[in-house]
Design a binder for this molecule. Structure first.
Ligand SMILES: Nc1ncnc2c1ncn2[C@@H]1O[C@H](COP(=O)(O)OP(=O)(O)OP(=O)(O)O)[C@@H](O)[C@H]1O
Ligand SMILES: [Mg+2]
Length: 337
């Protein structure tokens, strides 16, 4: 069976093809031009998806050595994300489904991230703990099967990726900030700056707004403004922030490992590209003798392979959708308990 996946929920246009459990191609076109605006401009994003989607599909078919009419199942991200951006890939997918007379499966983008570990050779084993850290979400979940996800905690304010992006902006490092913070932190020899970690009522929830404010206060108190910070100090602030943000994530993972019966632990989403977080997460797995599954970098940020991969689960579960199905801009998953 040849499954086509389409992703267009934010600033990556992506097309992937999975044939009989083998990923044939996963093409991602990133909209770098948002950098000069300091964040994603929704209208420009939709327009760029429109320009990219057809050439990407053509290339994906060529790389997979397939004709369009050999596609058996079409899937596209149905939300959450920027509605104008989602609509481009979603309606394109629906149109293909209608003209080719092949089934269409809408996929929840976050479910795509959650199950992205299954794109790896070594797959998660149920029940597994998954930490979802992306630009819009921070979730700690126990995944019991392909249709049962139990939520332990989530962020009560900013998402992890959002915190990385905002702190990078405060430091004048540009957008997207996550990779910049990592780059700067790696140049530090280890800072002595200490930022606090929030203590919350639900031990599995996360909060990053206090940490963000602490960084801002530190900059204001010590330097007045970011342009006055010497480069070496930028490395140290980035390192201290990254260490604290990662600690607040792994602390909850450790608590969950101690409380729940788990066969594996998985780290997913755009922030899962962070090498310090990957290392700390792997160390936790070793400490508690749990199988660790962290997807390759190409499956951490937004990509269509995870959408086609999740569509396969839904197809196997016998889920059917008609072409009247509407996309959803906010978070919704019927598989969440
Ligand atoms: N090396 C890194 N270290 C930390 N953060 C990173 C790194 N690489 C990317 N990120 C962050 O990952 C985020 C993007 O992840 P992703 O593309 O999954 O988010 P999104 O799709 O915008 O949000 P969502 O998946 O919640 O809808 C950005 O906030 C970016 O800064
Ligand atoms: Mg995402």
């Amino acid at each position: 069976m040849n499954i086509l996946g389409i992703e267009s929920s934010c600033d990556e246009t992506s097309v992937a093809i999975i044939s009989d459990d083998v990923l044939k191609t996963n093409l991602v076109s990133s909209q770098d031009f948002h950098k000069k605006f300091g964040g994603v401009v929704p209208e420009l994003s939709s327009r760029a998806h429109l320009q990219q989607i057809v050439p990407l599909l053509r290339l994906a078919l060529k790389e997979s050595k397939l004709e369009l009419n050999e596609i058996d199942l079409i899937s596209a991200t149905a939300g959450p994300g920027l509605i104008g951006a989602i609509l481009v890939g979603f309606i394109f997918g629906k149109g293909l489904s209608y003209s080719l007379k092949k089934p269409f499966i809408p996929v929840n983008h976050i479910e795509g991230h959650i199950y992205s570990g299954f794109l790896m050779k070594e797959k998660p084993e149920f029940p597994f703990l998954v930490l979802v850290v992306s630009g819009g979400h921070t979730l700690l979940l126990v995944v019991e099967s392909f249709s049962r996800i139990k939520k332990l905690g989530s962020t009560i304010d900013d998402a992890a990726g959002e915190a990385f992006d905002k702190v990078a902006k405060m430091l004048g490092l540009g957008y997207p900030g996550g990779p910049k913070i990592q780059e700067y932190a790696e140049k530090s020899n280890g800072s002595k700056i200490v930022f606090p970690i929030a203590q919350l009522k639900n031990e599995f929830d996360f909060s990053f707004s206090g940490l963000k404010t602490s960084v801002l206060r530190f900059i204001q108190k010590e330097y007045g403004e970011s342009s006055a910070i010497p480069e070496k100090e930028l490395f140290d602030i980035a390192e201290a922030f990254q260490k604290t943000a990662v600690k607040s994530l792994t602390r909850n993972v450790e608590r969950a490992i101690n409380k729940y019966q788990l066969n594996s632990i998985s780290l997913v989403g755009g922030v899962a590209a962070n090498s310090f977080l990957r290392d700390e997460f792997t160390l936790l797995g070793k400490k508690y003798n749990k199988k660790v599954v962290i997807p390759d970098l190409q499956f951490c940020g937004d990509n269509a392979a995870m959408i086609a991969n999740r569509a396969k689960n839904l197809f196997d579960l016998g889920e059917t959708f008609d072409l009247d199905y509407e996309p959803f801009p906010s978070f919704f998953s019927k598989y969440f308990q």
